[in-house]
Design a protein around this ligand. Structure first.
Ligand SMILES: Cc1cc2nc3c(=O)[nH]c(=O)nc-3n(C[C@H](O)[C@H](O)[C@H](O)COP(=O)(O)OP(=O)(O)OC[C@H]3O[C@@H](n4cnc5c(N)ncnc54)[C@H](O)[C@@H]3O)c2cc1C
Ligand code: SF4
Length: 546
């Protein structure tokens, strides 16, 4: 696929990355014949971690659709598909070839969200010269020979510029500035700062609406089947031809491809439809059942908007404004609107701030030195633990699991069992449709694994079976007994939970938020503690068999 430009030279080359699918970016406001937009499907991006098949398909489908729309609007677009013979499969090698081929004078790109891409592009631009690869076969339409420029960095004669992706509320380094010299970086501080600055859910006097910043305490109800989960109205796409080309290119992946029934939006219009559907049918119940889990409903009242947001089909501001308008119109309760808005301008902007403040090096943290390999059922969902079977199966089947499944089932188990943090990070980065490192890494390492030692979370998010039972219907039909701590049928979470606190007393005991757990442990006698330790070590020794 290639909407080939008719002119051979182009003054400016503009790069659009796979998660920059925003047709409303100011770049596209005017037609400029001297500008070529380039999008590329490259093995560098499919292979830096093993990805879920749906994720590769959905991103490529969205890229193809944006390229089509831009070309239809009259822009010059150069599209390198995964099996194009001219595709070097490397971002910067492709750029070298194209810069030479189009005799580009100016190279422009939007802020990459991932550190590795940011670094790669900066290193590319700093290079004294780029040797265009002569062995790369140009497409038949491409007639000019790649030329080697020697005079300026990377062969561009008039320079390069990095522009805002026009998606987020904050700049990359705002969290670092706000939290400078603080030991703990509280999300709530960042969230209130942004609400005040952007006047979101605030009254005329500059106070939070209804005098309350946070309705989290109201948002913890289990779901018993009523109200019913809203229907899934997302349109289905048949991406079988695209999937065949991805497979023909030899790209490895895992998870259910569902290529003939893909329901991830391919463009902004579909993403907007999904937003409206969420607002009408699910938002009124979002707050109440935000933390609920059920075998009978994988979506519950969640928006499934993370993909459209992260690839920038939707702007975060428009989603927040739309939800706030719904509350101001009296159609949705403040607790529901606030609960949702907090996820976007609270958590989402905050984790991005953490990522840019802490990279490079944030991905190397492993506070508890956890190194146990992931059990094999992370790749199949085949475990007798009902909560994990359900959460991992939905991840493999839908490339999605909602927040509490990611945090309080999969992440909780991983932390209690001492699973290898980098391997877990790679699993989360690969499996979810919305996983991009800037958002996945702080959530996995910081929030879920406490691997940064408490920069992001004030205490580890761990629980025994009691929490999972309270928030779900998983325990009712589980092979394990949620109440037992010892014995073969005892729920593995229970012994692992107490053992986690025992093992890590030196690191956690002084944390005032965990005092209760250590008080309970202090009341247990030595034989009870020894039995818990023994059961936990047996569980850790047979993770694959659970
Ligand atoms: C271990 C772990 C890994 C995660 N990895 C990712 C990831 O790779 N990409 C990702 O977008 N989210 C990630 N999250 C956050 C959250 O689980 C997903 O954003 C959410 O489940 C997406 O589904 P949804 O769109 O239906 O969300 P909803 O429940 O409808 O929430 C609305 C929106 O809020 C935002 N949001 C909610 N929670 C968070 C959060 N903690 N951090 C950032 N944004 C948030 C998302 O954009 C989401 O679309 C992770 C959470 C955990 C615990
Ligand atoms: S009993 Fe334990 S393993 Fe089974 S579903 Fe409940 S928490 Fe999960």
């Amino acid at each position: 696929m290639n909407a080939t430009p008719t002119h051979l030279s182009a003054h400016t080359l503009r790069l659009i990355l796979g998660d920059q699918l925003n047709p409303q970016h100011s770049w596209f406001a005017t037609l400029r014949p001297e500008v070529v937009y380039v999008l590329m499907e490259i093995r560098q991006e499919t292979d830096y971690v093993l990805h879920h098949a749906q994720k590769i398909i959905a991103i490529f489908a969205g890229m193809r659709e944006l390229a089509r729309q831009l070309a239809e609007a009259g822009h010059r677009v150069h599209y390198l598909s995964i099996n194009d013979p001219a595709n070097t499969q490397s971002l910067t090698d492709n750029l070298s070839v194209l810069i030479a081929h189009f005799q580009v004078q100016v190279f422009e790109y939007q802020d990459p969200d991932e550190f590795r891409l940011d670094q790669q592009l900066q290193a590319f631009l700093a290079k004294p010269q780029v040797q265009a690869k002569p062995q790369v076969q140009a497409k038949p339409q491409v007639q000019a020979k790649p030329q080697v420029q020697t005079s300026t960095p990377c062969g561009i004669s008039a320079g390069s510029s990095q522009v805002d992706s026009e998606h987020f509320y904050t700049q990359r380094h705002e969290a670092a500035e706000l939290f400078a010299n603080r030991k703990q970086w509280l999300m709530e501080t960042f969230y209130r700062h942004l609400r005040k600055r952007h006047h979101v859910l605030m009254d005329a006097a500059g106070k939070p609406a209804d005098g309350q910043w946070n309705f989290d305490a109201d948002n913890r109800k289990p779901w018993k089947g009523i109200p019913p989960e809203p229907p899934d109205l997302r349109p289905e796409h048949d991406h079988s031809a695209l999937w065949a080309s991805i497979q023909a290119a030899g790209v490895n992946s895992f998870g259910e491809p569902r290529a003939t029934q893909s329901r991830w939006p391919i463009n902004r219009a579909e993403a907007l439809q999904q937003l409206e559907h969420f607002i009408t049918h699910a938002l009124p119940h979002f707050g109440d059942f935000q933390d609920a889990m059920s075998r009978k409903a994988w979506r519950l009242f969640h928006s499934l908007l993370s993909f459209s947001l992260n690839v920038k089909m939707l702007k975060s501001q428009e989603v927040v404004q739309r939800v706030e308008a719904e509350w101001r119109a009296g159609r949705v309760a403040l607790a529901a609107a606030e609960g949702f808005i907090r996820q976007i301008i609270g958590w989402r902007e905050y984790v991005r701030g953490i990522y840019w403040a802490q990279m490079p090096g944030y991905d190397e943290h492993n506070y508890f030195d956890h190194t146990t390999p992931l059990p094999k059922w992370f790749w199949s969902g085949d475990t007798r633990m009902n909560c994990l079977a359900a959460s991992i199966t939905t991840s493999l089947h839908n490339a999605h699991a909602h927040h509490i499944q990611r945090l309080m089932v999969i992440g909780n188990f991983a932390l209690l069992a001492g699973l290898d943090v980098p391997a877990l990070h790679r699993w989360y980065l690969g499996v979810y449709i919305d996983a991009f490192e800037w958002v996945e890494l702080p959530n996995t390492l910081g929030m879920s694994q406490f691997a940064d030692g408490g920069l992001l979370a004030s205490k580890p998010y761990v629980s025994s079976a009691a929490y999972i039972h309270r928030m779900s219907d998983y325990c009712k039909s589980c092979a394990y007994d949620k109440k037992q701590r010892l014995g073969d049928v005892a729920c593995p979470f229970n012994a692992l939970y107490w053992d986690f606190y025992l093992r890590n007393a030196d690191k956690l005991k002084s944390n005032p938020r965990i005092g209760m757990a250590y008080q309970q442990l202090a009341r247990m006698d030595d034989s009870a503690l020894a039995a818990l330790r023994l059961r936990a070590s047996q569980i850790r020794g047979q993770l694959d068999e659970l």
